[in-house]
Design a protein around this ligand. Structure first.
Ligand code: AMP
Ligand code: MG
Length: 340
């Protein structure tokens, strides 16, 4: 199959392909999504096949407006209304109680709940409207790999497997949405950290929000099936180095080079400027340690090293706080939580 590139002017063509049950990758403010008609079971099955995604990892449904949610779920609790008003369109996914008969079991992976969000990208909101149906939209990458933050990343993973890609340049946030479970409206639980932080959710809800500890510790069975899989990993192993102490970084570089590794460094510009001449390749996460820049650049960085001779990546990690939860969650998963 030829994978066509669409731009703003071609949205009607892309919407028609969606209606015909084809797959179209779309831009969002987080990462590129792999779109299919969420009400068409055959189309949704193609999403799993194209990504190589395990069938027990449920999909997020993307809508063009908050008012359409009430028709798609069993109940919209007041807390959901508050969160939609505060954060939609934006990087917040909510888990609702599913309404029977609306979505195929392939969308929810057989769960009695369904994940919904309204992305903040004009082309994609128009695509959903023109298609006239909600779209599933998992990240548009091969399952397990770093998520795509540009149309080129999508093309690299899925060319020949999907009908088209809507190109809208590089995504802003760079990490997937925050997923919050509100099926128990009195006890909202964050299943996946993202750009909308725990403190921001608590400020709107007016009560404590928990993190699902399964997600944080990985020790027990996860609440959402998708949490158990290897994620966000490039071809080369990733090892984390916490902090910016230059002697610690030099120690890590020497340790791996002595074992014959060609080391790549993924860290802030100040650090890589000092270490550039001592390693095979470097990629900057941003000017200084800045969590927004690091999140924006993370996946592009992980993918960059695959095109080089590098055999392993040393990546910058931080002490976890409210703002860097999402970055740390992704980088820890991409490394299998391996620290130097
Ligand atoms: P991705 O599509 O790769 O960005 O991942 C979607 C995330 O949303 C995964 O971590 C899923 O486990 C989670 N998710 C989707 N639907 C549900 C659901 N009904 N209940 C819990 N988690 C969900
Ligand atoms: Mg994904």
């Amino acid at each position: 199959m030829e994978t066509k590139k669409f731009d703003q002017a071609d949205l009607a063509k892309a919407a028609k392909l969606i209606q015909e049950g084809e797959l179209i990758a779309f831009p969002t403010e987080t990462v590129y999504g792999l779109g299919a008609d969420a009400l068409n079971e055959v189309a949704v099955k193609k999403v799993y096949a194209a990504k190589g995604r395990p069938s027990d990892n449920p999909l997020i449904v993307h809508v063009a407006n908050a008012s359409s949610v009430s028709e798609l779920v069993a109940e919209v609790p007041p807390v959901a209304e508050k969160l939609m008003t505060a954060f939609w369109p934006g990087p917040l996914t909510m888990i609702f109680k599913a309404k029977s008969g609306v979505f195929a079991p392939t969308v929810t992976a057989g769960l009695t709940s369904v994940a919904i969000r309204m992305p903040d990208n004009q082309s994609t909101l128009q695509l959903i409207q023109q298609a006239g149906t909600p779209l599933v939209g998992p990240s548009a990458n091969t399952s397990g790999r770093p998520s795509p933050t540009s149309a080129e990343h999508v093309y690299h993973d899925l060319a020949g497997k999907i009908a088209g890609i809507i190109d809208d340049g590089v995504t802003g946030v760079g990490l997937e949405s925050t997923v919050v479970d509100i099926t128990e409206p009195d006890q909202p639980v964050i299943l996946r950290p993202g750009a909308v932080t725990k403190q921001e959710l608590e400020a709107i809800i007016g009560k404590p929000v928990a993190y699902d500890q399964h997600l944080v510790t990985d020790k027990e069975a996860p609440k959402a099936p998708g949490m158990k899989y290897k994620h966000y990993a490039p071809a080369e192993p990733v090892i984390l180095v916490k902090g910016t102490d230059i002697s610690k970084w030099r120690e890590a570089i020497a340790y791996f080079q002595e074992q014959g590794e060609k080391v790549g460094i993924l860290a802030n510009l100040e650090l890589i400027t000092k270490l550039k001449s001592e390693v095979t390749e470097v990629f900057s996460l941003g000017l200084k340690t800045n969590i927004k820049d690091a999140s924006h650049n993370l996946y592009a960085g992980l993918r960059f090293f695959e095109k080089t001779e590098v055999t392993m990546i040393l990546a910058e990690a931080y002490d976890i706080n409210d703002n860097n939860q999402a970055y740390m969650n992704r980088i820890e998963k991409s490394s299998g939580k391996k620290y130097f």
